[in-house]
Design a protein around this ligand. Structure first.
Ligand code: BG6
Length: 792
């Protein structure tokens, strides 16, 4: 078979032995999965484009289509496809026809299955090179195969298909690169046993889309204009969107396992987000600098909560799944086919700027875009009819990277004329002067400077050329991949149990999938039409929201979790106002654990009037771990609350568990230090409000059943031992808690129902149930218990 290619080399390219000596070397391109869909749609055309671009630049080439398909059939399939290769508009038809003919002669099909098949491919390349007197420059293996096949192919390439020493090897992989952080890590480890990281090219084809590939150059070429405005003070929001009309028929097997977030958000949309959000390196052509900067941006991503996303599923999806995967009528999938996610970064440039990442199938149009909407600072004294100039400061200001499809049906970069006229260097973009009467994102096209590529290239052609040039910056490094999975995996885990909103598809979706941001959360604008009916009072649904009654002879407030948290937050704010009214200060002691986390968020997001300046924050208990440890109560308080409010540093009082570079050692006297700090700052060591929780064993703070210390006595703060890890704790004692003016006990979730029932019946038995010893001597106690904990 290669004989044909040899003839191609010698006869058509005129590579005589002397000429071969001048060659910059020979490159073998091996396309595995050569008969597959991706190869058919994009890869062969991309490889041909590479040949057209590079044939006269000194390298010689052979192309090897490979698959498991047996030779006759494979050859027929591949050459059937190759005959249809298109000539790009910027190559003269005659020249293209000649080059296409050459390309076909330089291409072979071969079956690659066994180790021997790989060894024989390598042998034949070596023989060809020596016959032609060519030096080998490198080998590209493009694996367009399912991921389960990676390991075996990788082993064969590594053991029998490496090029001669000194020549390069580039192995190209297509997503999915794992399913979550753990599987991505596993795959990365596996591949690293066969290849160096610099030999691996992980493709995200969105990085090859011309408008995406131009984001960094655009930022670079327009530094002067963008530097002052590319930040939270000027940017209102960023939208990164891929809308599709197709459904997932014929790929439901894949889709059931992945869903839209793994398919689109984790890779394409996240990569774009990084190009926009990263600090711009001084030299954007340095892969190392760009990758370093990207990783820093990943590190600044705020972990998304379950409330950072809305998900949907097109109505016909379940029937597609049942049909293709032979599932029964009772099979209901929760795989989302639409998701809108609000992403935020915690750094000085982007704090508070919403990045909206949205994508879905069976929507009303096919379009992909990145829209950066700037804040408008102008107040316009005259009405809209007077905003005649397209440069008017009253009009919208935006930068748009239009990825394709939609009304423009071509990639484009658009900049509102009232921003600045951009530099578009390098000759690959051209300005469009006459604008059809289109409107885009709220403005007529005439309000934008608009640029389109001089020659349109599909993403795979761009990337194949970059593989050839070794431009790693356009590919996903292992660190980059793991950082992205690290960001998405917790959200995917928490969304796994959520039911997506069903949508009919296309125009019919109307406003069903519109979503809005409220603080750091997103929710659908149109609320569900089917609501759980209120069992207590159908006429006035608000009434059932919070019910007040008595528990252990004290006030009981009970509600669904959201309302309960919102009530507790309001009560804490009221307590703060009243304490400050009396003494000028509010001393609030907060418990750890998971129940208060929602409260912290509530306070951070909705209580803008909270008097944080006069509030002192204390910890009721702490685990003996460094404050930066994920188990640290202070760490959680920091991430969920302190980080988002303006509380003076000197009002924050973490428990001193870490002293003299060691954790909770008696002789360092941490509890005494904390007790002294309390005595010095809190009048009579009587807190204005202490927030507690209850464990399933009846513990409260870190006071566990049968604890030898802390349940009585004269100490205010002590070390205790927890039956669960981390065992060592520092905690307020019952006597200190009982000196508080108010105590709020927050109990949520079905898991707490049994202990809530037990504690409702017992008297004062702190040895058995420490929480039963909470009984402020002159203060009040209120129980905040959600319905599930109360009613089970
Ligand atoms: C792929 C996804 O990565 O990207 C598909 O797996 C999606 O689900 C496709 O349709 C979109 O790419 P493009 O280039 O058509 O916008």
């Amino acid at each position: 078979m290669l004989l044909r290619a040899v003839l191609g080399l010698v006869v058509l390219l005129g590579v005589s032995t002397s000429k071969a000596k001048e060659s910059r070397g020979h490159i073998s391109v091996v396309l595995l999965g050569a008969t597959g869909d991706l190869a058919k749609k994009y890869l062969w055309q991309g490889v041909f484009q590479l040949y057209l671009d590079e044939v006269s630049h000194g390298h010689t080439f052979t192309f090897h289509g490979a698959a498991q398909t047996e030779p006759e059939r494979g050859k027929k399939l591949v050459f059937g496809r190759l005959k249809k290769l298109a000539c790009p508009s910027d190559v003269l038809p005659d020249r293209c026809a000649v080059l296409k003919d050459q390309f076909l002669r330089l291409t072979e099909y071969r079956q690659l299955r066994t180790a021997e098949d790989y060894a024989s491919l390598s042998r034949e390349i070596t023989i060809l090179l020596s016959q032609e007197g060519l030096e080998e420059a490198g080998r590209i293996f493009y694996l367009s195969v399912p991921p389960f096949a990676y390991a075996e192919i990788a082993r064969h390439i590594n053991s029998s298909c490496r090029p001669r020493p000194g020549a390069w090897l580039r192995v190209v992989l297509e997503k999915p690169f794992g399913h979550d952080l753990r599987s991505a890590q596993q795959l990365a480890n596996e591949l690293s046993t066969f290849f160096q990281e610099e030999e691996i090219y992980r493709v995200d084809h969105y990085l090859g889309k011309q408008a995406v590939a131009h984001i960094l150059p655009f930022r670079d070429q327009n530094r002067h204009n963008l530097d002052p405005i590319w930040n939270r003070h000027h940017i209102e929001r960023v939208e990164i969107v891929l809308k599709e009309m197709v459904d997932v028929r014929n790929r439901t097997g894949f889709y059931e396992e992945y869903g839209v977030i793994r398919d689109i958000h984790q890779n394409h949309l996240t990569e774009i987000l990084m190009l926009l959000a990263m600090e711009l390196p001084a030299n954007i052509s340095s892969s190392e600098d760009v990758i370093r900067s990207k990783l820093q941006a990943f590190a600044a991503l705020q972990s998304p909560e379950i409330t950072s996303a809305v998900i949907g599923q097109y109505e016909a999806y379940n029937s597609h799944v049942r049909e293709e995967l032979q599932k029964g009528q009772d099979y209901f999938s929760r795989t989302p086919t639409f998701a809108g996610v609000l992403v935020q970064l915690d750094n000085l440039r982007w704090e508070g700027v919403p990045f909206i990442l949205a994508s879905g199938k069976v929507l009303d149009e096919r379009i992909g875009y990145v829209r950066i909407l700037f804040k408008n600072r102008a107040y316009c004294a005259q009405n809209e009819s007077a905003w005649d100039s397209e440069r008017s400061q009253c009009k919208l200001k935006q930068v748009i990277f239009y990825l394709g499809h939609g009304e423009l049906n071509s990639p484009a970069v658009l900049i509102s004329r009232n921003l600045f006229k951009p530099a578009m260097l390098g000759g690959s973009w051209t300005e469009v002067q006459d604008h059809p009467g289109l409107h885009l994102f709220g403005q007529p096209l005439s309000d934008y400077y608009m640029y389109v590529p001089v020659a349109e290239r599909d993403a795979y052609s761009v990337l194949i050329s970059r593989i050839y040039h070794g431009k790693k910056v356009s590919f996903i490094t292992m660190e980059n991949l793991l950082a992205s999975w690290g960001f998405w995996t917790p959200l995917l885990d928490s969304l796994a149990g959520e039911a997506p909103r069903l949508y009919p598809g296309g125009q019919e979706n109307k406003h069903l999938l519109d979503f809005e941001m409220v603080g750091r959360e997103v929710s659908f604008v149109v609320k569900e039409t089917v609501q759980v009916m209120n069992a207590w009072d159908e006429q006035t649904p608000d009434k059932y929201k919070t019910i007040q009654s008595r528990y252990r002879q004290s006030q009981l407030i009970t509600a669904w979790p959201e309302e309960l948290i919102s009530r507790l937050a309001s009560d804490i704010e009221a307590a703060a106002m009243s304490a400050i009214g009396c003494s000028g200060e509010f001393h609030l002691a907060l418990s750890g654990g998971s129940s208060p986390l929602a409260l912290f968020r509530q306070l951070a997001v909705y209580h803008y009037g909270f008097p944080w300046r006069q509030t002192h924050l204390w910890l009721v208990d702490e685990r003996c771990v460094p404050l930066t440890d994920p188990e640290s109560n202070f760490g959680k308080l920091h991430d969920r609350l302190l980080h988002h409010i303006r509380v003076p540093y000197f009002n924050v009082h973490p428990m001193p568990v870490h002293l003299n570079r060691r954790l909770c050692v008696e002789e360092d006297k941490g509890p005494e230090l904390y007790a002294n700090e309390i005595a010095a700052l809190v009048a009579n060591a009587s807190f204005d409000l202490v927030l507690l929780g209850v464990g399933i064993d009846g513990h409260t703070a870190s006071l566990f059943p049968h604890s030898p210390v802390g349940l009585e006595g004269s100490q205010d703060v002590v070390f205790t031992e927890s039956p669960v890890k981390p065992h060592q704790r520092m905690t307020f004692t019952l006597p200190l808690i009982n000196r508080a003016k108010q105590v709020a006990v927050l109990v949520m979730g079905k898991g707490k129902h049994d202990i809530v029932t037990v504690v409702s019946r017992v008297g004062h038995e702190p040895q058995k149930w420490p929480v039963s010893g909470v009984n402020p001597s002159s203060g009040q106690i209120a129980w905040y218990v959600d319905y599930e904990a109360l009613l089970g």
